[in-house]
Design a protein around this ligand. Structure first.
Ligand SMILES: Nc1ncnc2c1ncn2[C@@H]1O[C@H](COP(=O)(O)OP(=O)(O)OP(=O)(O)O)[C@@H](O)[C@H]1O
Length: 295
């Protein structure tokens, strides 16, 4: 199956700053993929290149198997919701009408129900909306467009926790009823972790993780308990992080544990906690293991 997005050696330089370096990824069709990374990692740059709003310095990008640049066939099949979405000097209702003309799969019923959910005033000029309300409008358009490729670039600026949860719930509901390719860029990883089927993590412009979310959930574990027993247990494993408080220790190792390892931990009275995706990003974007750092 052709991936919805495929990049090879994608590089973007701004002067001497490398915003994206040799990014080769395939974003599979019909999945929710998380594009994760810290501030300035290169997520927005990647999304702007994929949507032909910006050019790569070198490398290639294919969307639905084609070059997206000045390619109306490709661009009509995707929607990009940006954090800093700019709107013309319209009222909310007019923005929705304009969107309904542009997006071939526009679902007016879904748009109306999202307007109600987010309590958006349809007669108000967009420039008079609060920041969170503008984000809610962008999300409404992004979901109701029901584009085959839906790109969400940290779409929740100013949204409170209740509104963000509403967004996640409605995204998942609509995706379940109308599966499509969704790429969600975020650094609020814990909030979206359960939504994600695949994860691409970028750090300083480079891809540092590209794997199914389920696989990543099992890849690292924090072991805590009496320091001597913890040290014994982690010997020979790749240590990501080590913390000692008095006679107790807590050590994060980057290994999936076999049933025998778990039985050994139990016998030693050690506590095992799988690392969340958010914690995994913190450790991965630190770039080196604690042991390497002290070597
Ligand atoms: N037009 C530009 N000119 C110069 N540098 C730029 C430009 N656009 C992006 N950059 C730089 O490229 C890097 C990647 O930026 P990008 O916006 O892609 O990061 P991001 O992962 O989306 O970050 P955030 O989560 O903070 O939005 C940053 O260091 C940024 O300053």
């Amino acid at each position: 199956m052709t991936p919805t997005i495929s990049t090879t050696g994608l590089t973007r330089r701004y002067g001497d700053h490398l915003a994206l370096g040799d990014v080769s990824v395939d974003i599979e069709e019909g999945k929710i993929t998380g594009l994760l990374g810290r501030n300035g990692a290169g997520k927005s740059t990647f999304l702007r290149i994929v949507t032909a709003q910006e050019f790569a310095s070198t490398g290639s990008v294919r969307v639905f198997g084609e070059n997206p640049v000045e390619n109306e066939r490709v661009l009509r099949r995707l929607v990009l919701v940006r954090e800093d979405q700019q709107f013309p000097d319209f009222k909310v209702r007019h923005a929705l009408t304009a969107a309904s003309w542009f997006y071939p799969n526009w679902d007016a019923e879904l748009a109306e129900s999202l307007l109600r959910d987010f309590d958006l005033p349809t007669k108000r000029p967009i420039k008079k909306l609060s920041r969170g309300m503008r984000s809610a409008l962008s999300i409404t358009i992004g979901l109701a467009a029901r584009a085959e490729l839906t790109l969400l670039d940290e779409p929740y600026a100013g949204l409170d926790a209740v509104a963000r949860q509403l967004f996640y719930d409605r995204l998942l509901d609509d995706y379940s009823a109308h599966p499509r390719t969704i790429l969600l860029s975020t650094h609020l990883i814990d909030e979206v972790a359960d939504l994600l089927e695949h994860v691409v993590m970028i750090d300083k412009g480079r891809v540092v993780l590209d794997a199914p979310a389920d696989e990543l959930r099992g890849t690292a574990v924090t072991v805590s308990g009496p320091a001597l027993a913890v040290d014994d247990f982690v010997t020979g494993r790749r240590v990501l992080h080590r913390r000692k408080i008095g006679s107790r220790a807590s050590v994060t190792v980057a290994d999936a544990l076999a049933p025998a390892d778990k039985a050994k931990a139990k016998a030693l009275h050690l506590k095992l906690e799988p690392l969340s995706l958010q914690q995994l990003m913190v450790h991965t974007s630190n770039g080196q293991t604690a042991e390497e750092a002290s070597a």
